[in-house]
Write a protein that binds this ligand. Sequence first.
Ligand code: ZN
Length: 164
Amino acid sequence: MYSSGPLHRNPNRQSGLTDLNRAPVLDDGSARSLLARAREARAQAYAPYSNFPVGAALLARDGRVFTGVNVENASYGLGNCAERVAIGKAVSDGVRDFVAVAVIGPQDEVECAPCGACRQVLVEFGRDLVVIVPDGANVKQYTMDELLPGAFVPSRLGQGEVPV
Ligand SMILES: [Zn+2]
């Protein structure tokens, strides 16, 4: 399904642009497929306290998809978000190069944007990483540059971009 990996990207898009009127960076079918994977993953969410299950599906440039769900805890502050769980799974499998992440909350057609903590963790792996969320019956796509402008990224430490 994702065999062409980054080729799903819109070739007309220039990296780093923040033009909100630009074309989506994944074709609609690929975006919907990734969102479907996030929706499937959501069934495994452990959210007994918030009753707000979230699923994420992280598409690596090599075509692999890593899913994540929110994992809550009786000590509320220790809960972790679906996006960060997916990042942790991928990185622990040696994957650091990502194209997009789809995120879906309890309602299939309602946008569930990444929280601030997740935005910081996601931008570590690319300001042009695409975030896909539902938008009614459609899908909406953002780049991390749009969701977290002026982010604190690896280059701010003077160490260049994150090694992949
Ligand atoms: Zn989060």
